[in-house]
Design a protein around this ligand. Structure first.
Ligand SMILES: Cc1ncc(COP(=O)(O)O)c(C=O)c1O
Length: 288
């Protein structure tokens, strides 16, 4: 099956979609990205993702050569040219290609790549058992609020989790507060309240994080955005959120069970409510 990518101004078969070896994304990881889910032709929170992409570009001083509406249209066209009904659309933007030098004196034409992949559906086992995580001291940079393509630390964290039979690594700050995962935001239920690290330079402002907090409030669950630790008394559940996971209960961390080692009621409720929203999108009138 031939997949189609948008790369620098044209749609191409994936095998022919290439960027220059002097692209600064390749040379320096000098770029940002976004991942947007599409359910049966309706995009989830597309405006929020585009806004975050624009913020990431602004943070690294890359000026997008097209408007967010034009970009959205290209994302939709990429979706339509690929075979997946439920898809995740990757948008990668780099500063552009230039002879290798840290400093760029002139504005370059940014490289824009858009691809569509099948949205992975978590297996039943993962849903009923929850997933496992490990913790590692955060080795990433100090601007985790930028959705940077420089993901080496996250790759290392994921590899280490996999090596230890786990699905995700929760990054800890030097005082052992839980920050976020390699590709997820992290939450705990402590004394019945949903707790997650506040938005700052140490975490990405996850679109799903935002949705989870909104859903929790609608369900009359008290939300606390504060620093938290795994050894706090009253901690009964952990979970993680991302575009591709929705809410996923995390039931074991570093071989310790969280609560009774089974998905807890708040994780189950939030997941159900969020999946209902996804389902509603599939049946939405707004289909492409
Ligand atoms: C470091 C990090 N935190 C959180 C998230 C979750 O963000 P979102 O819910 O917008 O997918 C991601 C997603 O890739 C991520 O890479």
């Amino acid at each position: 099956m031939t997949l189609t990518a948008w790369v620098n101004g044209q749609f191409l078969p994936l095998e022919e979609a290439t960027v220059h070896i002097e692209d600064r994304g390749f040379q320096f990881a000098d770029g940002v990205y976004e991942v947007i889910a599409c359910f049966g032709g309706t995009f989830l929170d597309v405006k929020a993702h585009l806004q975050r992409l624009e913020q990431s570009c602004q943070a690294i001083d890359v000026v997008l050569p097209l408007s967010l509406n034009e970009l959205q249209s290209l994302i939709e066209q990429t979706y339509q040219r690929n075979p997946y009904s439920d898809a995740m659309l990757y948008i990668q933007i780099t500063r552009g290609a230039a002879p290798r030098s840290h400093l760029v004196k002139n504005r370059l034409t940014p490289t824009i790549v858009i691809t569509s992949r099948e949205l992975p559906i978590p297996t039943d086992e993962k849903l009923s058992e929850g997933v496992n995580a490990i913790t590692l001291t955060d080795i990433r940079w100090k601007r985790c609020d930028i959705k940077s393509i420089a993901l080496l630390a996250s790759v290392m964290g994921k590899q280490e989790a996999n090596r230890r039979g786990a699905d995700e690594t929760f990054w800890l700050d030097e005082h052992e507060h839980v920050l976020e995962g390699c590709a997820t935001n992290c939450f705990a239920v402590i004394d019945g309240k949903l707790v997650t690290h506040p938005l700052d330079h140490q975490v990405l402002g996850g679109i799903t994080r935002n949705m989870a907090l909104q859903v929790a409030r609608e369900q009359h669950i008290v939300v606390e955005e504060r620093r938290w630790k795994l050894n706090e008394s009253g901690l009964s559940e952990c979970m993680m959120s991302s575009t591709t996971n929705a809410i996923m209960p995390v039931c074991h961390i570093n071989d310790d069970s969280i609560g009774d080692g089974k998905p807890g009621p708040i994780a189950i409720l939030l997941r159900k409510e969020i999946l209902n929203r996804f389902e509603a999108l599939k049946n939405s009138e707004l289909k492409l």
